[in-house]
Design a protein around this ligand. Structure first.
Ligand SMILES: Cc1cc2nc3c(=O)[nH]c(=O)nc-3n(C[C@H](O)[C@H](O)[C@H](O)COP(=O)(O)OP(=O)(O)OC[C@H]3O[C@@H](n4cnc5c(N)ncnc54)[C@H](O)[C@@H]3O)c2cc1C
Length: 431
């Protein structure tokens, strides 16, 4: 079998490694336009901030690929003929395959704002963006970041480490309004304030203004305010990269459409990771998952199917993690920004706002825990997942909190306070 994988991100590389393990004789070729070797996309910001060098964010030594008989082609796949099982590459090569995995990731969104093509306006997705940001933020005094999500806060932190003043425009009334409950968002806002980031809530970008050389000189907000700046970072999310699939016979919608085995509509063509859209996501799951962890899970799952062991992809208990300046965030299970009427919430916060814990539960089903948000605290994923799966009552979870404790500091300093607050509540507080 010759497996060709388009994209050497976490999804493609995980699939390649898993297939190598399951089918030692398979020929595996990884094609990627962005970089010769796989690197950790989530660590891009640390390269800009000077905490890591590019070679530090490559999880494998350069010899790893040849040693594991993984052929690498540094080129763009420009055309796919699924009928002939052939790809055309930007280096002029034609590449045949028996099985093909599309793991082409995402591209940064743009909303068609006037001035968005000026020099100094960009998103942050890959190495070319990092190089562009390095170049265009040299010697500037203010950058404006558009978007109140994960990339928005990363961009603000990146500017802060270079002593560049940052203004962040957030459409919602609080940070990451579609995901975080207001209390957690307020803790993130404290981080913004502590790092002198000027955040404008309920504010959108209307226009980007340029100077005579074609470089950004200011932005205009939805309130009509003009803010002088020399750089604009667009952190308004990503969308599946369909550049190869959309001109082929592979069926696409917002993403590349796949069934539960991550198969497309074309024989022996699969898609996984950020670029895939699930035709029928399971209950509580989403159609397009743009996360590092889910890319890894999908890569591993699809490898089994490719090797003749059909394995449906199931997301399982939701989890995610991030860091907002100095504040770590972990979430397990269901903790929506606005909970349904039958969900209750226990929320504890340290008086200084340095950490907090939210546990959601369902009174109508024996107070079964549904999800956790930990800010500035670390909880063990396996323990939280097992509590959620077993529908453990919140009383038991609070009693046994120390088994989820990842960090002895947390146990010593906060666990008793959390238990005390829970015990003192005659009626558990709704959000
Ligand atoms: C700055 C940043 C920070 C992030 N932080 C987090 C985080 O903290 N936690 C988290 O869970 N997720 C995070 N994410 C999201 C996460 O990185 C992605 O979900 C994940 O990397 C997607 O992996 P993938 O392998 O599916 O796609 P990608 O990593 O995008 O890899 C796809 C590769 O395919 C290449 N490609 C595309 N088309 C072609 C073609 N036609 N020919 C050849 N090559 C092609 C692309 O150039 C790219 O290199 C972050 C993303 C960014 C941008």
């Amino acid at each position: 079998m010759h497996l060709v994988i388009i994209g050497n991100g976490i999804t493609g590389v995980t699939a390649a490694q898993t297939v190598r393990r399951l089918a030692p004789a398979a020929r595996i070729t990884l094609v990627s336009e962005e970089s010769e070797h796989h690197y950790s996309r989530t660590a891009l910001m640390y390269v800009y901030m000077g905490h890591l060098r590019y070679q530090d964010v490559k999880p494998y030594e350069d010899w790893f690929w040849a040693e594991n008989h993984l052929e690498l082609i540094h080129a763009t796949a420009t055309a796919l003929d699924a009928g002939q099982r052939q790809l055309r590459l930007s280096n002029g090569q034609t590449l045949g395959y028996d099985k093909l995995l599309l793991a082409t990731g995402s591209v940064s969104r743009r909303f068609g704002w006037p001035g968005q093509d000026l020099r100094g306006v960009q998103g942050l997705y890959g190495l070319p963006d990092l190089a562009q940001m390095e170049r265009d933020t040299q010697g500037i005094s203010r950058g404006v970041v558009v978007g109140g999500g994960l990339i928005g806060v990363e961009l603000a932190e990146m500017l802060h480490t270079r002593h560049i003043a940052a203004t962040v425009l957030v459409r919602d009334q609080h940070y990451w309004g579609s995901v975080l409950p207001p209390e957690e968002a307020e803790l993130v806002d404290q981080q913004f304030r502590a790092h002198d980031v000027d955040v404008r809530y309920r504010t959108e970008l209307r226009e980007i203004l340029g100077d005579s050389s074609g470089r950004v000189r200011a932005i205009v907000t939805s309130q009509g305010e003009e803010i002088a700046c020399q750089w604009v970072g667009l952190g308004i999310g990503v969308t599946p990269n369909l550049s190869l699939a959309q001109d082929s016979a592979v069926e696409t919608d917002r993403g590349i459409l796949v069934d539960e085995l991550l198969q497309t509509n074309q024989p022996d063509v699969y898609a996984a990771g950020d670029c895939a859209q699930h035709r029928q996501p399971g209950a509580g799951e989403v159609a397009i998952e743009q996360l590092w962890y889910t890319g890894r899970m999908q890569g591993e799952t699809v490898a089994h199917t490719i090797c003749g062991r059909p394995t449906p992809y199931r997301r399982g208990v939701w989890f995610n993690s991030a860091k907002f300046f100095n504040l770590e965030y972990q979430t397990y299970g269901q903790v929506p920004a606005r909970p349904p009427a039958d969900v209750e919430s226990f929320y504890w916060q340290h008086p200084t706002g340095s950490c907090a814990l939210r546990i959601n539960f369902a009174p109508q089903t024996g107070n079964a825990v549904l999800g956790f948000n930990a800010m500035g605290l670390r909880l063990r994923q396996a323990v939280c997942e097992s509590w959620i799966k077993a529908k453990t009552p919140i009383q038991t979870v609070i009693q046994q909190l120390k088994t989820a404790n990842f960090d002895p500091e947390f146990y010593r300093r906060h666990e008793r306070a959390i238990q005390r607050q829970f015990a003192e509540m005659s009626v558990v507080k709704r959000y």
